[in-house]
Design a protein around this ligand. Structure first.
Ligand code: M6R
Length: 590
């Protein structure tokens, strides 16, 4: 949540660099934005409501002179409404410093009361402005010292960037929210995520929790607990600019859906024995917990069925936000496997922190290899799908499913068979994702674009896929959608069905087929419009979307047409599928 980015270097167009970089981070927050930049020791601020993507760089020329130092922020509101005042950067009355922040200062109300008593005047409703005033209190001691003193008073999670009128540096600090330094030649960058500076450098240094970095000619890292300077390794990045751009596609969401032609193969091509290490850890553990949020949480639930069926192994699954309530069962022999695209989801990170405190082993199945989750883990299984920028997770979801299928097979002593199944599945996805297939789904989208509600049912491993399908439909089409286990319908939800209600039935060609078809007949009898997602047609279906028959990999192929449907429903309902309302890509607040 919230994208932050800063530049200091030899180029004279720092504001432009920061605005361009922020556009690359817009998926993190897009209700308002702002920048602060330095010209001849003066701080200039520009902030406005709306998407930074809509701002034309050419308009910038009107408001900026030459500048070699700038910070910026694209906001996802937490404290205070979406207004220009609440947009970042924030300053104090004297305008001596400017600050941008990602995270939540939990004790901001108490701090604000004290600051107001001390005579500070607040302009915004944000928690961030409190940090600006705290820094100002000790600014006479120098910016570095003042920030250190302010940070000591903060509770909660933060990544902050600060610049001052008097000093030609950017100072950043983090606890719980991501910040990565991009190291260039006579120039440096700092951002919440790598795509912001990918155009300029592929060398990064990671800022960890309770650390500060002073961005000058060379970044200087400081451990905030010991106040000692830390040496950091420069790490090369494999991603390239094209990965992080839309290319020929109108939106990232459809680009990322189509990339699933290749991603599964990349994902399962894991070297280094990671899968085997995970299997060993599961075998040794007294209790394995699979934890994720949102879509990743649904993937965890699907994996529990895969582990049960393929490996005859019980695995516990829960959402990140719920996991801490199970801490009573954890011991130093428990294993937590975190599943995530971003590796920065606050609820999943909290689950990992709780597990770490109990001495549990930590594994992460994660896309962003530079993320906090990856760096906290004993073993990392990377998804290798490249940057996923649309808020709606697509290629990361199927990659997570592929990895967990592979682990289930490996646990059953049959890794090669698992690999073969997934290679075959990847080939089938390649055939499936052709323009005719997309058109067929578009035709369905046209038919149902005006509905108020729709439902999705599935059974066994495809029950979590019904839940995931509902998330996809909700987040980009804004149609009220819910997923159910087919067998649960008759216990209540069937009352929701009336004439013409679209209901997607995920019908796998396995032992669950007859049951789920039975549930579909019950819906049809109440007037429901049945959309079958299945390898075979059936007379009960009003609309059939064919998927390949890939056995245990069925969740992977079943979710893809529903991703496409959600995308086209969003377009037809004139929603921006890449930036759905109220959401952000990376949920770094609890
Ligand atoms: O980055 P993560 O995978 O940890 O994110 C978890 C959820 O926030 C995420 O899956 C969310 O539900 C997606 N927007 C769904 O498409």
């Amino acid at each position: 949540m919230c994208g932050i980015f800063a530049y200091k270097g030899h180029r004279n167009n720092a504001p432009e660099i920061v605005i361009k970089g922020l556009k690359m981070l817009e998926y993190r927050g897009y209700d308002s934005w702002g920048i602060a930049f330095k010209t001849d020791h003066a701080l200039n601020i520009h902030k406005q409501v709306g998407k930074i993507g809509d701002f034309k760089i050419s308009d910038l020329k009107k408001m900026t002179a030459k500048s070699q130092l700038a910070i910026g922020h694209s906001r996802w509101a937490t404290h205070g409404g979406v207004t220009q005042m609440n947009a970042h950067p924030h300053c104090t009355e004297k305008n001596e410093i400017a600050i941008v922040h990602n995270g939540i200062i939990e004790n901001f109300t108490e701090l604000k009361k004290i600051l107001i008593k001390n005579g500070h005047i607040f302009k915004s409703e944000t928690d961030t402005e409190v940090v600006a005033h705290l820094i100002e209190e000790n600014l006479k001691k120098g910016l570095e010292k003042a920030i250190k003193m302010a940070i000591k008073k903060l509770e909660g999670r933060y990544a902050i960037l600060v610049i001052s009128e008097k000093e030609d540096v950017i100072i950043a600090a983090r606890r719980g929210s991501p910040l990565i330094v991009g190291v260039g030649k006579d120039e440096n960058f700092i951002a919440s995520d790598i795509p912001a500076f990918l155009e300029y450098t592929k060398k990064v240094q990671y800022l960890d929790d309770n650390e500060m970095v002073i961005i000058d000619k060379k970044p200087k890292f400081i451990d905030l607990k010991t106040d000692k300077i830390i040496k950091k390794r420069e790490v090369p990045i494999e991603w390239n600019v094209e990965n992080a751009e839309k290319g020929v596609y109108p939106h990232f969401m459809i680009k990322e859906i189509m990339e699933q032609k290749d991603t599964i193969c990349r994902t399962i091509n894991q070297n280094g024995g990671g899968i085997e290490k995970v299997v060993e850890s599961i075998k040794k553990a007294y209790g394995t917990y699979l934890v994720g949020c949102g879509t990743a949480g649904k993937v965890c639930l699907a994996a529990s069925y895969l582990f049960s069926k393929i490996a005859k192994k019980h695995i516990n699954t829960t959402f990140g936000s719920e996991f801490p309530s199970y801490h009573h069962f954890l011991t130093n022999r428990s294993l937590l496997i975190a599943v995530s695209q971003s590796g920065e989801t606050a609820d999943t990170l909290e689950a990992m922190e709780v597990a770490k405190e109990k001495g549990c082993k930590l594994i992460s199945i994660v896309n962003v290899e530079s993320s906090t989750m990856a760096r906290m883990s004993d073993i990392i299984i990377p998804l290798k799908v490249g940057p996923e920028k649309a808020v709606a997770s697509t290629k990361a979801t199927t990659a997570q499913l592929a990895i967990l299928t592979l682990i289930a097979y490996a646990l059953a002593g049959d890794l090669d068979r698992g690999k073969q199944l997934l290679i075959n599945t990847a080939g089938q996805i390649n055939d499936m994702l052709n323009p005719r297939y997309e058109d067929h789904i578009k035709t369905l989208a046209k038919k149902i674009a005006g509905v108020e509600s729709m439902y999705v049912i599935g059974k066994a491993v495809n029950y979590p896929m019904a839940l995931e399908a509902a998330i996809k439909l909700q987040e980009v089409s804004y149609i009220h959608a819910e997923g159910f286990a087919g067998g649960e319908l008759k216990h209540g939800p069937i009352a929701l069905i009336s004439k013409g209600t679209p209901c997607i039935a995920i019908v796998a060609n396995d032992e669950t087929k007859n049951d789920i078809l039975g549930n579909t007949i019950e819906i049809k009898a109440r007037g429901g419009y049945i959309i079958g997602v299945s390898p075979e047609n059936n007379e009960i279906f009003d609309y059939w979307i064919k998927v390949p028959d890939v056995g245990d990999a069925s969740p992977i192929v079943n979710i893809i047409p529903i991703q496409i449907l959600a995308y086209h429903l969003a377009i037809m309902r004139q929603n921006n599928p890449d930036m759905p309302r109220n959401l952000a890509k990376s949920v770094t607040v609890k």
